[in-house]
Design a protein around this ligand. Structure first.
Ligand code: NI
Length: 186
């Protein structure tokens, strides 16, 4: 297991459409191990493989609260089969867009099909944070970022800020503790 570097915008690889996993072999298991370790170290509650530069449709997640035991989840080839018309808004963040949080409106509930690490197919109906996180991570597998769901004005400002930081070769300035929301998405 190893912690891997997380890609940050404007890295173009974050815009790739990831390939479905054909065979769940030892390479995929090793990838999942690295993703979980990287996600916990960040820390984040979700991670898509492309965020560590691997364009495969693999997502890891753990929505357990700090005082709860770890609940690692793995979604291989996750796919939204149904999304409710009813929407909900949640303040999202992304490990690939650090120190930026914005409210995003998405379907309140979704039905998602995926494979587990044994290749068994599951369908789950998710609502609340799980629904938001699944949609955020599945977006990553399609090269979509949460800032694509906010206004163009706000999105352009964020992208400009990260382009400038990349040019300087420095990370963007961290938010002060009181500006940080208590939750993070991956
Ligand atoms: Ni993200």
């Amino acid at each position: 297991m190893a912690t891997r570097d997380i890609l940050v915008i404007p890295d173009k690889r974050l815009r790739l459409v990831s390939e479905p996993v054909k065979t769940i072999d030892k390479d995929i298991r090793a990838l999942v191990d690295d993703m979980l370790e990287t996600m916990y170290a960040a820390p984040g509650i979700g991670l898509a493989a492309i965020q560590i530069g691997v364009p495969k449709r693999v997502v890891t997640m753990d929505l357990a609260k700090k005082d709860e035991p770890k609940q690692p989840r793995v979604f291989i080839n996750p796919e939204v089969m149904f999304a409710s018309e009813e929407k909900s808004a949640y303040e999202e963040g992304c490990l690939s867009i650090p120190e930026y949080y914005e409210e995003v409106e998405r379907p309140l509930s979704v039905k998602v099909k995926y494979l587990d690490l044994d290749g068994k197919e599951h369908v789950i109906e998710a609502t609340g944070l799980l629904a938001t996180c699944l949609q955020h991570e599945i977006d990553h597998t399609n090269g979509v970022l949460f800032i694509d769901h906010i206004s163009k004005l706000k999105r352009d400002m964020v992208i400009k800020k990260f382009k400038k930081a990349a040019k300087r070769g420095e990370p963007v300035k961290p938010l002060s503790e009181d500006e940080k929301p208590s939750h993070h998405i991956g």
